[in-house]
Design a protein around this ligand. Structure first.
Ligand code: GDP
Ligand code: MG
Length: 439
């Protein structure tokens, strides 16, 4: 994939802002990558559309190609969509907390039940497991064996009982015997079917679980969407567990699951052993889905070093008491690109206000883009010496940037405030301290 993307990206030409054509070209390859990673088609399509919109017009860092920049944007969007990354079982209730696992046959429910019970035991919780699987021969015995291995109690097997009866009995003994958590392992079918769904709903109705976790094999490809949809329509899922993440799966099912259920992916199964379970790591899985972790870290490094360069350059100019429109522009660009202000800008009175306003949503992207457009409409001389801006020049700039003279005045006022702040800073002889803080 890297090679193919590389080829495409070499042809991309945008400098400064990413053009729509370049973004679309890169996103076509990203779409293929998502499908190869088994992200369901409708999910991939929706994701690509959203990210395309967001990427157009974003700035390309100096030392990376537009294609690399797109990959980084895609990666960040993936991480956000796959999150959150702190996933715990919600069992903070009057005991016993009930945790129910549902999913297709062979997805790993029984194994995961035992893994979670073992984890809870390690955390000092008293857990009991019960198998409600009366369909598969020896399913209940399978859980009993796992219980012995993990030294977690299982509900004694009574042959001939139906799932709802077993669930009632399990709940009662968990209450009587003072268990913190009751884990309910349910039956699965090879395909979604209504009898299974009804049985599952009945069990959920009487046991009122705090957690209903959908267990999904990460190798489930395009079908993942159907599975997630059918289960979430029938019971109120609280989370997802992806199994077999130790295998070849690229993890696209994770994105499908998040997109359809909106519920957190709480854990990942990474092997057959009973301690082979981990918290779900959105960042790791995003890298795996894209298969381009190296590109992502390259762009991260580039962003860091540019931030550093800018800060150093700024500090040098500060030392001379200078702050012109070019400086203002680079600060504005930082606000847009880095998702906030650099260390330096954060310390400037004028920018601090702007930063807070940004955080409150009072200043949005468009305002920053307008300011940038105004500075672009200035001549190099005007940028270096804003005091040249008389009424006539202001009108020209407003016209050129699609703004008003009032807007230009606001920009100039902001610049002036910042310049004053700089001079004060210089007088206070704070440059050395400032440099130290920047380092
Ligand atoms: P159930 O039908 O949903 O209860 O599935 P099981 O728990 O019986 O698991 C089916 C098979 O998948 C067993 O052989 C498990 O050892 C295996 N399995 C479950 N989770 C994982 C996992 O995370 N990684 C690997 N490699 N195998 C797993
Ligand atoms: Mg099972």
């Amino acid at each position: 994939l890297s090679e193919r993307l590389g080829g495409v990206f070499d042809r991309l030409r945008s400098r400064g802002a990413l053009t729509e054509a370049d973004v679309r070209t890169a996103m076509r390859e990203v779409r293929v990558a998502l499908l190869e990673a088994d992200v369901a088609l409708p999910v991939a399509r929706k994701f690509v559309d959203q990210v395309t919109e967001a990427a157009i017009g974003q700035n390309v860092l100096r030392s990376v190609t537009p294609g690399q920049q797109v990959v980084k944007i895609v990666h960040d969007a993936l991480v956000e969509m796959l999150g959150p990354d702190t996933a715990e079982l919600e069992i903070d209730v009057t005991p016993p907390a009930v945790v129910m696992l549902v999913g297709l046959q062979g997805s790993g429910k029984t194994t995961t039940t035992a893994k979670l019970a073992k984890l809870l035991k390690k955390q000092g919780k008293k857990a009991m497991m019960a198998s409600l699987d009366v369909n598969r021969p020896a399913a209940q015995e399978q859980l009993e064996v796992l219980g012995t291995q993990t030294e977690v109690n299982t509900l004694p097997i009574v042959k001939g009982q139906q799932p709802v009866e077993i669930a009632k009995r399990a709940l009662q003994s968990a209450k009587l015997q003072g268990y913190d958590v009751l884990m309910l392992d349910t039956a699965g079918r090879l395909h979604v079917d209504q009898a299974l769904m009804d049985e599952m709903k009945a069990v959920a109705d009487i046991s009122k679980p705090q957690e209903i976790l959908l267990v999904v094999d990460s190798l489930t490809g395009q079908d993942a969407v159907n599975v997630a949809q059918s289960f979430s329509e029938q019971v109120p899922l609280t989370g997802v567990i992806l199994t077999r993440m130790d295998g070849d799966a690229r993890g696209g099912a994770a994105l499908s699951m998040r997109s359809v259920t909106g519920k957190p992916i709480k854990f990942a199964g990474v092997g057959e052993k009973l301690d082979a379970i981990e918290p779900f790591h959105p960042k790791r899985v995003a890298g795996r889905i894209l298969g381009m972790g190296d590109v992502v870290s390259l762009v991260e490094k580039a962003a860091q070093s540019i931030e550093q360069e800018d800060a150093e350059r700024m500090a040098q100019r500060l030392a001379k008491g200078k702050f012109d429109m070019n400086d203002l522009r680079s600060q504005l660009a930082q606000m847009r690109n880095m998702g906030g202000l650099g260390a330096l800008a954060g310390m400037m009175p004028g920018m601090k206000k702007a930063q807070q306003a940004m955080a409150n949503g009072a200043v949005d992207e468009r305002v920053l883009l307008r300011m940038d457009a105004m500075i672009t409409s200035m001549t190099p001389k005007e940028r270096a010496k804003p005091e040249l801006l008389n009424a006539k020049r202001k009108i020209r700039i407003a016209k050129g940037s699609g703004t008003t003279v009032q807007d230009v005045n606001k920009l100039l006022k902001m610049h002036q405030e910042m310049q004053t702040a700089m001079k004060k800073l210089k007088k206070m002889g704070g440059i050395k301290g400032l440099m130290a803080m920047l380092g």
